[in-house]
Design a protein around this ligand. Structure first.
Ligand SMILES: Cc1cc2nc3c(=O)[nH]c(=O)nc-3n(C[C@H](O)[C@H](O)[C@H](O)COP(=O)(O)OP(=O)(O)OC[C@H]3O[C@@H](n4cnc5c(N)ncnc54)[C@H](O)[C@@H]3O)c2cc1C
Length: 480
């Protein structure tokens, strides 16, 4: 279906981006064959990795790829958790790593324009220098702006501020045929036609390559505080969240997590968690003025204690808050070596407790450890499917049961009105559930959009949908 790169095409690529920015040596491109998804068998070698310096070069690459029918995969920080930037059909990986300029921090409009390869770490740090704040915080700061837009990333702070989409004002995109378009702008309001801006957000590099973005920012909050609240039961912990959300001011984040997972993260990072009581914790983060936060904190503590909490630990200094966040943010790394996959089912918030009870039952049925934690304030849960039994012994034949467990968890999520991904995206590992989740008619429309924007199916093929392997340039299911 696709052509392979040959000497002539590679020479054309070198003419576009310069010899040093075309990498073809196997030893150097192997790092570009995978993302953070734990299973090594999903990795695929690209035929070349290209490191363009600007949108014009990407446009020329796309014109060449269209002419020669070569697949192209955009790659940011490769922190994705569903194989999104894996070059499933070989071809070209466009790494945005050299497009990492912060073009403008416009303090008058409270907007900033950056190239797609800027990492979150660089972005947060540049804003901090100006006392500005970008609320979305997907956990891994080596992710790039292009990557977080393309997955519509979320993170803990989505409870108060929403996902990346809420802050996205404008983008520059290179289309499959090399055309450069600029949906949105430095605008708060925009009802000018269909919103391509929000279509590209979350499109996982399958509709175009994001090269620049304009994002809203906020003034840095005056202060912050974290409450760590231990409970004996997961139900008590989760049932507290709706009462907190009914208060006039919203917390920045309401995370929940079990003690066993926290102990593993504590051992992994050598930092201790401040509470020894309870089996489950709510971690509630607040921002605002000191006065607002103190008032808010008092009310939340009352609600927690009357909803079954054993205690309320208040981290009011930056140092104490950092310590808690440090342990929480290393949970994924601490569990990673025994994790097969981390899921990110999203549910109506009132369905979280019963979904977790279902997962717990499944865990006992198959004797597989399925630690589940996540964003108690917005219904987005992370279940790790582990290669270990409940008591931590390795499971030799995990491949035999992994798929069954995953199917059951995902089906339960869908049955409860949920969806298969709240923030990580579909990538290559969740596409089999897309139709079951969205329905045939809905997916048919998505395929028609794909066919319109990428008729040759060269942009990140095998992600979200599979290409038609029999050829005919068709996107399967988009004919009607
Ligand atoms: C420890 C850890 C914690 C995490 N926590 C969270 C969390 O709390 N919330 C959350 O949402 N995610 C989380 N993630 C997942 C991950 O960080 C996000 O999916 C992130 O958005 C990926 O960004 P990236 O730059 O690494 O993209 P990549 O992994 O490189 O790519 C992701 C997808 O975007 C596409 N893409 C990348 N750049 C572009 C571009 N310029 N144009 C078009 N398409 C592009 C790729 O083709 C791919 O489909 C976590 C990951 C880790 C490892």
């Amino acid at each position: 279906m696709y052509n392979k790169l040959n000497e002539r095409i590679i020479s054309n690529l070198k003419n576009i981006v310069g010899e040093n920015n075309v990498i073809v040596e196997a030893g150097k491109i192997i790092d570009y064959s995978h993302d953070e998804f734990s299973l090594s068998e999903i990795s695929r070698m690209p035929e070349a990795v290209i490191k363009p310096l600007n949108s014009f070069e990407i446009s020329e690459i796309m014109k060449l790829a269209t002419k020669e029918k070569i697949p192209v995969v955009a790659r940011g920080g490769a922190t994705g958790l569903c194989g999104g930037c894996v070059p499933l059909y070989g071809g070209i990986v466009i790494s945005l790593e050299k497009m990492n300029r912060i073009i403008e921090i416009d303090e008058k409009n409270l907007m900033t324009t950056v190239e797609a390869g800027v990492s979150l770490k660089e972005f947060y740090s540049a804003l901090e220098d100006r006392k500005l704040f970008f609320p979305p915080h997907p956990g891994e700061e080596s992710a790039t702006i292009g990557g977080v837009i393309s997955t519509n990333a979320g993170g803990a702070r989505a409870v108060k501020y929403g996902t990346i989409r809420n802050f996205l004002r404008g983008i520059e995109v290179v289309c499959a045929d090399g055309k450069i378009i600029k949906p949105g702008g430095k605008l708060i309001k925009d009802s000018t036609g269909y919103s391509l801006l929000h279509l590209f957000a979350g499109s996982e590099g399958t509709l175009g390559i994001v090269t620049q973005a304009t994002l809203s920012v906020l003034p840095e909050p005056e202060d912050s505080m974290t409450l760590l609240v231990p409970y004996e039961t997961v139900n008590d912990a989760l049932n507290t969240a709706p009462f907190i959300l009914k208060l006039p001011a919203r917390p920045l984040a309401i995370e929940f997590i079990g003690k066993r997972v926290i102990s593993i993260a504590e051992n992994y990072c050598g930092t201790s968690w401040p509470s020894v009581k309870g089996e489950f914790f709510l971690m509630i983060m607040l921002d605002g003025t000191r006065l607002e936060i103190e008032k808010h904190c008092e009310k939340i503590a009352e609600i927690c204690l009357s909803s079954g909490a054993c205690d309320v630990f208040v981290a009011d200094s930056r140092e104490k808050q950092k310590k808690i966040l440090h342990v929480r943010s290393l949970v994924y790394e601490a569990l990673k070596s025994s994790t097969i996959e981390i899921l990110d089912v999203t549910l109506p918030p009132d369905q979280m407790a019963s979904h977790i009870a279902f997962v717990e039952e499944l865990s006992h049925k198959h004797n597989v450890w399925l630690p589940t934690y996540g964003h108690a304030g917005d219904g987005n849960l992370h279940t790790h499917i582990m290669k270990t039994t409940i008591d931590g012994r390795p499971i030799e034949k995990w491949k035999e049961i992994y798929k069954k467990i995953r199917d059951e968890i995902i089906l339960d999520g869908i049955r409860r009105g949920g969806k298969i991904s709240g923030e990580h995206g579909i990538g290559m590992v969740k596409k089999e559930y897309l139709e079951m989740c969205l329905g045939q008619d809905y997916v048919g429309i998505l395929k028609k959009i794909k066919k319109t924007l990428d008729p040759l199916f060269i942009l990140n093929p095998g992600k979200i949908f599979d290409p038609d392997l029999d050829g005919n340039n068709a996107v399967p299911g988009a004919e009607g």
